[in-house]
Write a protein that binds this ligand. Structure first.
Ligand code: SF4
Ligand code: SF4
Ligand code: SF4
Length: 292
């Protein structure tokens, strides 16, 4: 069976328009290759076989989305653009939101980002086309798709997926507290702290890196956020921060980094003592040192 022409229809389910602007840039700027993918933009949903959705799915837009889906004819592929569509992002606990999108429709490809970079949108649509072709030919639909479009690079300063210098992290939880998307979760697991960042709900604001006292967490320039729906919850950055035993009270604690101690205490001998004891004992020891 010949491959169907990808006919793309876009619906906005309460987006701030940021994702829509990036979609337009993707659609009309040559270098992002949408035209090379043979995509046709259509204005009649009954002609479409690729449905692109932006926005967190507001309660008001839900009936419209359902209506559009009912008018699609099989086979079709669904691509969610933007962190709002993937997880409802920073809006997810709002009374006005019924999303994310996958509560209402079977999504094939998610493209996280607030908004995602046009390269990532083009890549997500290329993956959507691949799924459409597989559905049309009756082939088994891939559950994970490697990068299709090559040759794109984001500038070094681009705020992309989060990473962690694990040796610099003190598990202080500042990043978890300041993250507007609830993307960071730090939990005690055995003798370590598990530091987890969920890329699909991150809005790439850079708050975590800005407020981190040790410079441990940072945005990389990795822009490829287009993933299959099956990878929605597994696309994470996972690190384990090891703990130590306090040489004074024997409690388990996270050793501070040298640089951090150096900022707080200027004397080497004091730092030597401080580096082996927990914060509680550190307070007591320094109090004794100062007032005895
Ligand atoms: S993901 Fe960001 S840019 Fe896109 S609609 Fe939501 S708030 Fe706007
Ligand atoms: S990454 Fe930075 S802010 Fe987050 S827990 Fe580690 S040290 Fe604290
Ligand atoms: S960049 Fe950091 S603070 Fe901002 S949403 Fe992502 S994980 Fe949270």
């Amino acid at each position: 069976m010949s491959k169907p022409t990808p006919k793309l229809f876009r619906i906005n389910t309460g987006s701030c328009n940021g994702c829509d602007v990036e979609f337009v840039a993707t659609a009309f700027v040559d270098k992002f290759q949408l035209d090379k993918l043979g995509v046709e933009l259509v204005e009649d949903i009954s002609q479409a076989n690729i449905l692109v959705i932006t926005g967190p799915l507001t309660a008001r837009s839900e009936p419209f989305l359902k209506d559009y889906i009912s008018r699609l004819s099989e086979p079709y592929a669904v691509v969610g653009i933007g962190t709002c569509s993937v997880t409802s992002g920073i809006f997810r606990d709002s009374y006005a939101i019924n999303g994310p999108t996958d509560k209402v429709v079977d999504v094939d490809i998610n493209i996280a980002g607030c908004p995602p970079r046009p390269h990532s949108i083009a890549e997500g649509i290329a993956k959507g086309i691949k799924i459409l072709n597989q559905k049309a030919s009756g082939e088994k639909v891939s559950k994970k798709i490697d990068m299709i479009l090559q040759g794109f690079e984001a500038p070094k300063t681009f705020r992309g997926k989060i990473s962690l210098h694990v040796e610099m992290c003190t598990a202080c939880r500042t990043c978890e507290t300041v993250c507007p998307s609830g993307a960071i979760n730090i939990t005690k697991v055995g003798d370590s702290y598990e530091h987890k960042v969920w890329h699909n709900t991150c809005c790439f604001c850079g708050n975590c890196g800005f407020f981190c006292p040790t410079g441990a967490i940072y945005n990389t320039n990795d822009f490829d956020t287009s993933k299959h729906q099956d990878e929605k919850y597994s696309d994470i950055n996972l690190e384990y921060i090891k703990t130590d035993v306090c040489s004074c009270c024997k409690e388990v604690y996270k050793k501070p980094t040298k640089g951090l101690l150096g900022k707080a205490y200027v004397y080497d001998d004091v730092n030597k003592l401080n580096s082996n004891i927990c914060p509680k004992c550190r307070k007591k020891e320094n109090f004794k040192r100062m007032y005895s």
